[in-house]
Write a protein that binds this ligand. Sequence first.
Ligand SMILES: O=C(O)CCC(=O)C(=O)O
Length: 209
Amino acid sequence: MFEYGVDMVDAFQSSLFESTPGLAPLTAATRVPLTDGAWLDVLPGWLAATGDLFTRLVDTVPWHAERRQMYDSVVGVPRLLAFYREGAPLPDPILLAAKEALSAHYATPFVTAGLCLYRDGADSVAWHGDRIGRGAHSDTFVAIVSLGATRPLLLRPRDGGKSRRVPLAHGDLVVMGGSCQRTWDHAVPKVRERTGARISVQFRPAGVR
Ligand SMILES: O=C(O)CCC(=O)C(=O)O
């Protein structure tokens, strides 16, 4: 397992705050307008130059499996999960730097981090919007950093209409903004072809799940 000593973390964290190496300015993101006041900001490779962040997260995050009721049976959720609530230390200083950069750029504190590990192409998340809490009635932001294997993020308007496919490669950032959580749904579908593992890190403001 990767050894990541406290001194190393401290030294690295200081240098991140001085110069945020590997983090391109968020002003480089492309704004993609959707319908109904929803939009995406897309910044390919935002965290691509961050060494073995993917491996560190696979090794150090306390991943857990969840089960949920589906009709008459309880089924396994097809991905592993970890959640860092507001104030919980993040598992890597790069994620802290990313959270700070997003908060500054969007002038909104991003306070929680949800991490998902898609072990292979059979792992997925079904169509949904983040509508537990504020996203149900107000404009908000959900920022996703994708690490590891490329998987498509699909988006479709809830009222019908043209859907979008955003391929998320290693280090890519996509921010769903405006009305996106209440007027659009998103999903990461299963893929048939052989696919490596992917981690999704979602940063959210307070009261958005
Ligand atoms: O895998 C992703 O990037 C999307 C995750 C997601 O939508 C969620 O966990 O709510």
